[in-house]
Write a protein that binds this ligand. Sequence first.
Ligand code: FES
Length: 128
Amino acid sequence: MTDRRKNPWLPVCDKQALEAGQFVEFALITAEQESGKNADTLPPTGFVFLDGNTPRAYLNRCPHMGVELNWMPGRFMDTDNLFLQCSTHGALFKPGNGECIAGPCQGDALTALDVREIGGSLEVRLPE
Ligand code: FES
C-alpha cells in the first residue's frame, strides 16, 4: 500500500503495455481509508487510457449521480468510440478534458487525475 503522506503517486500500469483503446482501472486509497476510517467502504476507483499518445486518468465517478461510469470492465467509450460514456444515463464526456457535452450533467466534468511517467510506469496522483 502506498503511504500517501510520503508519496501521493500511485503506480497504475506499465506505459508500454497500455494500448490504444485500452482502459486500465485502479482503486484509490483515500487518506481516511489509510487511517482506518471508513474501512468497510469500497475505495474510489479511477481509470487511465491513451488519448492519442497522451495518457489521461479520471476518477470513475459520474458527476450526475456519483456512480461508476462503466458496467463492464474496461468499457468506457460510446458506440462511435468518440466519447467516454456513462452507462447509467448515457452522459457523454470529452476524452481530453472530461467535459460533459451531452446528458443530464451537461456542462459538468469528470474529475481529472494528474498522470506522470516514471521509469516506464504510469502513476496517478492520489486525490486529497
Ligand atoms: S449517472 Fe451518469 S449520466 Fe446519470
